[in-house]
Design a protein around this ligand. Structure first.
Ligand code: NAD
Ligand code: MG
Length: 409
């Protein structure tokens, strides 16, 4: 992956031009909050959203964006009307979102959820710009391909995901041989203490009720299954060029230590902070400097204790599935990601049970012959096939069918 450290130049004069993909989401709104508190530091070029026209139009007006793009083409008229007379350019459709990701911008915040973020993120990579990556699914579904494109175009990837941002802050990448392992911390999610036999009946409302973080629905369900930590394992592999066996996952319910790096001399470096995404977002927006973020300061006397435990593979089979997919390589992570997106959507729409998310992913992985992915077309084709297969698995569960192979080991 293109080394961020090699781009530690001083800041350019004037405000940084910033495009925000997925501006109406949780990460997008936190980014805009920081931008609005620092109006001299940033000029917002483009904001994009999936379907929320009103919010998108309001954001574009508030920050004086040059352009607003809605992915759903049927909403073009609504967006145009909402921004009429403002001089803000309006566009619609997935191709227009990808076009908005190309310059003129110094930085692109990639905060679309899911593999839908891949084409626009890739468009930004191909302009050699700096990408602030929240959209982990892009690296999971096309990690090898993205790594090659980043190198080919000299683009810089700054991790926004709190764990990877923490690692980035404490990683001495000038001495790769001195790094013994990366320790990814996990809150354990809202079901950390739930009994195995209760998992099947977990509702969407229970699954999205995260104890520490306020996030979009998909990543909240991923946190409940711990698929999120598995996706982050694959994300860490690509971001930091680390093999699976050098990346540990450790449950840390307080979410104060955001991840750690262990070195050969026995030192362990960690980054700590309140669980508020505005800290890692601020770090990536200001990098290689730092900027103020209005987050609650850590009060260690109030935190009192930091605790740790091993994750439970029985109740959270997604961890096993993701590690195996990473070790298998090729198309396996792409299949896993697509099947998970389909299954999470079905669960949120009350079509399948909570435990059937991992079962859908496992069955989809078993049903598709793994292959090497040597082009973007191959990535898209695998993603499409995995969505088709997992949609079939979901339909069987919905009509009362059972798992072909029980996902819980
Ligand atoms: P969210 O659901 O709150 O927001 C998603 C954004 O993407 C919205 O603006 C939505 O309009 C847009 N979008 C959705 N589907 C789209 C499509 N098909 N085409 C174009 N735009 C589309 O999600 P979020 O919680 O902000 O997460 C965004 C990404 O950041 C995810 O990849 C997530 O894993 C990652 N992330 C989020 C957090 C967090 O705290 N929320 C933390 C770490 C990483
Ligand atoms: Mg994270």
């Amino acid at each position: 992956m293109a080394s961020a450290a090699s781009h530690r130049d001083g800041p350019s004069d004037g405000p940084k031009k910033l495009t925000i993909l997925g501006s109406t989401g949780s990460i997008g709104c936190s980014t805009l909050d920081l931008v609005q508190r620092n109006p001299e530091a940033f000029q917002v070029e483009a904001v994009t959203a999936g379907t929320r026209v009103k919010e998108l139009a309001a954001q574009a007006r508030e920050v004086g964006a040059k352009c607003a793009v809605i992915a759903d083409e049927t909403l073009y008229g609504d967006l145009k009307e909402a921004l009429s007379g403002t001089g803000i350019d309006v566009a619609a459709g997935h191709a227009a979102v990808a076009e908005a990701a190309a310059p003129p911008a110094d930085m692109v915040m990639a905060a679309i959820v899911g593999a839908a973020g891949l084409p626009p993120t890739l468009a930004a990579v191909r302009q050699g710009t700096t990408i602030l990556l929240a959209n982990k699914e892009t690296l999971v579904c096309a990690g090898d391909f993205m790594s090659a494109e980043l190198s080919a175009h000299g683009a810089t990837l700054l991790p926004v995901d709190s764990e990877h941002n923490a690692i980035f802050q404490v990683l001495e990448d000038s001495q790769p041989d001195a790094i013994e392992k990366i320790i990814l911390t996990a809150s354990g999610g809202p079901l950390r203490t739930r009994e195995l036999h209760e998992m099947r009946d977990v509702t969407p409302a229970q699954a999205v009720a995260h104890p520490n973080w306020d996030m979009g629905a998909k990543i909240s369900v991923d946190s409940a299954t711990m698929m999120n930590k598995g996706l982050e394992l694959i994300e860490a592999h690509y971001l930091f060029d680390m093999p699976s066996e050098q990346i540990d996952i450790l449950v840390h319910p307080q979410s104060v230590i955001h991840s750690m790096v262990a070195y050969v001399d026995g030192s362990v470096l960690a980054q700590l902070g309140s669980p508020d995404m505005r800290t890692p977002i601020a770090y990536s927006l200001a990098w290689p400097q730092r900027m103020k973020a209005p987050v609650e300061r850590l009060d260690f006397a109030k935190v009192r204790e930091l605790t740790f435990e091993d994750p439970d593979p029985k109740r959270f089979p997604a961890l096993r599935l993701t590690r195996t997919a990473l070790e298998d390589g090729g198309s396996a992570p792409t299949i896993l990601n697509a099947a998970n997106e389909i299954a999470v959507d079905a669960f949120l729409n009350k079509r399948i049970r909570f435990t059937e998310i991992a079962e859908t992913v496992e069955e989809t992985l078993q049903s598709i012959e793994p292959r090497q992915l040597d082009s973007l077309d191959a990535v898209f084709e695998t993603d499409r096939l995995a969505r088709e297969v997992s949609t079939g698995v979901v339909a069987r569960f919905e009509s009362g069918g059972t798992a072909k192979k029980v996902g819980v080991a």
